[in-house]
Design a protein around this ligand. Sequence first.
Ligand SMILES: [Mg+2]
Ligand SMILES: [Zn+2]
Length: 452
Amino acid sequence: MHIRSEVQSIGAGVMTLLLAFPVNTFARDRSKTIQQAIDGGRAKNVILFLGDGMGDSEITIARNYHVGAAGRLVMDTLPLTGAYTTYAVEESNPSLPNYVTDSAASGTGWSTGHKTSNGRISTVAGANYISPIPTILELAKQAGYLTGDVSTAELTDATPAVLASHINARGCQGPADMSACGIYKKSNGGPGSIAEQLVDHKVDVLLGGGLQRFAQKTDAGPTVVDQAKSLGYTVVTDAAGLSSVSKGQRVLGLFNSGNMSLEWSGQLALPGNSGPQKCLENQRPSNEPSLADMTRKALELLDRSEGNGKWPGNGLPGFFLQVEGASIDKQDHAENPCGQIGETIAFDEAIAVGLAYAKSHPDTLIVVTADHAHTSQIVDPGTSHPGSVSILTTADGANMYVSYATEPHGVSQDHTGSQLRIAAQGPQAANVVGVTDQTDLFHTFARALGLE
Ligand SMILES: [Mg+2]
Ligand SMILES: [Zn+2]
């Protein structure tokens, strides 16, 4: 039902039917549907869809703009939903919370099941020694699962990094970026930069941006790309190259020197009001696959079901895959509502690819969540809104005022500290219901994969 009818009584016994604004109603009893969605069994595959900085505000802004307030995004359709807390801890005193996490500490939470301090990649808060904490990707790989890590950011950015590297500072992305990570340098006996560690982990599918980090020379001389090739990677740098990769090949796809290009553009938010705007869809550079394309290819390469869609099927362990919509966060920092919305919609399209896969592979746990809340807010047009504001004309034909006010205009906006949506379907999905913590997600994954 997309039409809600409201019955209003006018005078004694006289009823008038008013057709109100259409809403997507759940007025029917859904108890059975929810019961049927609960599956406490094992999963063959796990896919984590992670929207960086995709708080409830960011989801609502994208929904209002793209499909209207009563519409629903693909990510809104997962059957089991809860909220989770995301706080980090203080580096100087890890018994104290830091209420506003960054992507490194929050990613460490679901990746390892442990809290750490902002800036750390799957290492212990306060440690001045090499302090790796085992990650879900490492444990899955040890148990024979295939693994994948896909992002629209540089692959060495914090969110993809937390699964397959351990370092004290997130900035140490390539071998030439190691000034804050001396003890982790390979020439000092450490595991090396994030780029080096990602390929040393032999993650089966690595797709994203960040070619500049992998083009750097390692302490031993060759570049990280050379190192990857010597470890058996097929290295591709464009969409055509990616489509030619076949099953059984280990692939490193680097489609941009830095972060991948944005899907949409528009005017930045400004202090005071600029006029209402509609966003523009960018022409994607032909060498860059979309996040949905990368997800589709990752699933093709990682799929081990061979037509058998119920665990244990052919008995082979399946895969663990993380897919990150990275630049929702980056464009929120930049007060760029169109950039932010376009990335959210592109992320939603990647989720659609995952849900289509799960339809024929119901032994797949899918989780859709974010790593921290962010600055953008839908505000009342009538208020004085002291921050930067953008007015967007939505799919409803109405004007939505979006405010960025955690920093002055022109300064990178900040993350915020509220809890986040976590939604899921498939085996173990019921464990996201209620209010959990980011670190609980590690255990949900581990149980689904039979690792604990
Ligand atoms: Mg990220
Ligand atoms: Zn951020």
